[in-house]
Every structure is written in C-alpha cells, then in structure tokens.
Write a protein that binds this ligand. Sequence first.
Ligand code: ADP
Length: 178
Amino acid sequence: MQQRGVTVWFTGLSGAGKTTISKAVAEQLRDRNCKLEVLDGDIVRQNLTKGLGFSKEDRDENIRRIGFVAHLLTRNGVIVLVSAISPYRAVREEVKERIGDFVEVFVNAPLNVCEDRDVKGLYKRARSGEIQNFTGISDPYEPPTNPTVECRTDLESEAESVDKVLNTLKSMGYLIED
Ligand code: ADP
C-alpha cells in the first residue's frame, strides 16, 4: 500500500507550540518510515521566502509560496508538516483548497501564555516597539473557524497534542496501520 500525501498545517501565535508539536510529530512519523518533509516558517523565511516582510501582502505571499511547495510534495505522496503563524484566514483557505489533502491544526494558547513563554524573546521586543507588525501585539491573528484539530497547549501536554494530530491522520486514512 502506498502512502498518501497530506499537508499538515500548524497555525497559531508565536510561542503557541507549532514547532514543538510538528517536530515531535515528525519524529513519530520517521519511526514509522513515512516519507515526510518539514517546512518551518522561521527557516523558510531564510531561503524560499527570503526578503519578504510582515505586511499583509508579504505575509500572504509567504504563505502562498510555502503552500506551493507543500502542494508539490503532497501530490507526490509526502506528508508535509508546515509550521507558520499564517495569521490570515483567507490565504489559509486558499492553500487548503489548492492542496486538497490538508489538515489544519490550530495550535492555540492565549496570548498571555505565549507572551509569558516568550521562547525567542520576541514579545518583549514587540512590546517595547523594537519590532513592529508583531502578530498578537500590533498585527492581527485570525483564528481558524473550523480547524481539523485544535491543540490547547496551555491545557494539554505536548504528548497529548502530538497524539491528537497522529490520531487525526490515522482516522482520515493518511497513516497506514501497523
Ligand atoms: P511556535 O513554533 O508556535 O512559535 P514553539 O514550539 O517554538 O512555538 O514554542 C512553544 C513553547 O511552548 C515551547 O517552549 C514548548 O516547550 C512550550 N509548550 C508547553 N506546553 C506545550 C504543549 N502542550 N505543546 C507544545 N508546546 C508546549
């Protein structure tokens, strides 16, 4: 039986847990010998979408390019794990429609929790005005209205979040049962 490709798209505020969960999901999938690729927003912005900023236009372009690559891989049977803030609903919907095999994971923690974590020290810099257009502080985040999975990372453990994602992939037929 051949693996079916799918894009698993993690959206949420900075520090919500997108990278943490997607890395852990990737590890589990590697153990199952799945073909997979990870597109992490922070890394993508250093190459594929280098030079783009944080205006709405540039953020949408960033998402479209990530979506383009995710689509190519997905249609070739790869499980693609995308983690990107992707704050705008319309462009998320657009890539979802284009890719088709698509699982939207809303990595959700309240702003104050993300800000207290301040994993990369960015919230502090956003509050002081050093960084502008920072999602949640000085730029919008439009939460998904009907995500495939929601991980409340302030209420559940990382392992629970990872299990939710894997169980969804299983129930949708994207993981071949052992
Ligand atoms: P993002 O990629 O969304 O910016 P990160 O994954 O870099 O976020 O950081 C999320 C932080 O939250 C990490 O320090 C992680 O250990 C912590 N965390 C606490 N609980 C959870 C959980 N249930 N799931 C994922 N991360 C969690």
